[in-house]
Design a binder for this molecule. Sequence first.
Ligand code: FAD
Length: 444
Amino acid sequence: MNPQTKHVCVIGAGIVGLSTAWRLMQDGWQVSVIEESAAPGLVTSYANGAQLSYSYVAPLAEPTALTSLPKWLLQKDGPLHIHPSLSPTFLRWTLSFAMHCSTASAQQTTRDLLGLGYLSRRVLREWLADVPASWATAAGLDYRTNGKLVVFRDPAALALASAQVNYQRSLNVGCEQHVLSPSECLQTEPALAAMQSKLVGGIFTPSEDVVDSHGLCKYLERLIASRGGKLLYDTRITGAFLEGRRCIALKLKSQSTVLQEAQSEKAADMTEFKADFFVVAAGLSSRELLQKFDTRAPLLGLKGFSITLDCEKGIAPSMSITDSHHKIVFAKLGHRLRAAGMVDLGRENREVDANRIKALIQQARDNFPDAGDYSNVQTWAGLRPATPSSRPIIDQTACENVYANIGHGTLGLTLAAGSADLLADKLAGRTSSLPMTPFTFLAA
Ligand SMILES: Cc1cc2nc3c(=O)[nH]c(=O)nc-3n(C[C@H](O)[C@H](O)[C@H](O)COP(=O)(O)OP(=O)(O)OC[C@H]3O[C@@H](n4cnc5c(N)ncnc54)[C@H](O)[C@@H]3O)c2cc1C
């Protein structure tokens, strides 16, 4: 197949869709991106934790996830809130999640995701090797290799994490991580001073990166547009025209039309969009969208929150910090400190919950009291599009010319570039650099 003459339409201009579009353009495909928002990266890829955590990919589904459940359920301001639902989607997902909570499954997923993480690191570092300074500033990239320190207050949690370090080292994939004492944590990151008395140790990974996710989306948009890729905003995919096992065209509506029609309850389709191939990268909405291609996607939205504050004059950590006790990540992006975390299961809306934000501010302030003005923070909520196994799906759908790149859960920013690379291999019919079976619908 000659990519030069073939047209691929990518649905979704989040970090996964834009990475996919750019990687396909590098292969020579003609690419269009269709996005229902007015600009790139405004949904889950907007104000996430900003961590490129290539070495911290252990899945959510692991043996202690089940044993810790009662403790988390009783904590009002704990990292995990579960709002049980009887919806088939919720029940199927949680059952499948529980089935993945074995040591063998967690270790296999860690191996798969480490491979994908390191592939992402290689690909993304190529993309970001020579960014013109004016482009980096205009996009607000704030990209750098800052290292990541995960700190612990509980000796048992540190022991488990140290065992994970040993396991990852034994895989010989180049995972450089160090277990630190509390004083070594403070030497490595002096901004931890207020936490020092609570710490029992930490794990330091020097090679991890940080980037503003929305900034990266804007940078990729610029790359795509500069090489002739088409980006169609304010345009929502509402259906598909199928012929046998092929998609002939997508049904689209401009968002203004969607709104008008919702009000007047008319149902005329505005137009259609043809391409040779389609890639669904629509985050959590992919679950609904893929039904139009006779495909069921096992996705659940894991709601999380972030705050961002100015730390120009404050004392903020320069490296990425994870407070494993509260499950919060901290990232310094230029003059801003971002704190993100929490998982609310069964709350698939993007409302910014005042109580969760209050708890997040409190925990951030406890850790870094002098970082900045906590009474003046930008707040955000997003829905991580998660599969039960924590592995993304990079696979063909029931329609032979429609592919999915979805389900990146807590690690979409980290894994987007590598996932785009694998999707490009799949579309080109090339042997990929990693086994593809872990990233199929069946394995999710
Ligand atoms: C609190 C929080 C912290 C996080 N921290 C990190 C982190 O530190 N590191 C990390 O790696 N990951 C992190 N993540 C996860 C990461 O943000 C997500 O995995 C990632 O953003 C998902 O990207 P996406 O492109 O799949 O989805 P999205 O960003 O949601 O993009 C999907 C796009 O598709 C569009 N769309 C949907 N339906 C349609 C339609 N019918 N027609 C047209 N367009 C459509 C949407 O408008 C949207 O722009 C975090 C997430 C949260 C919530």
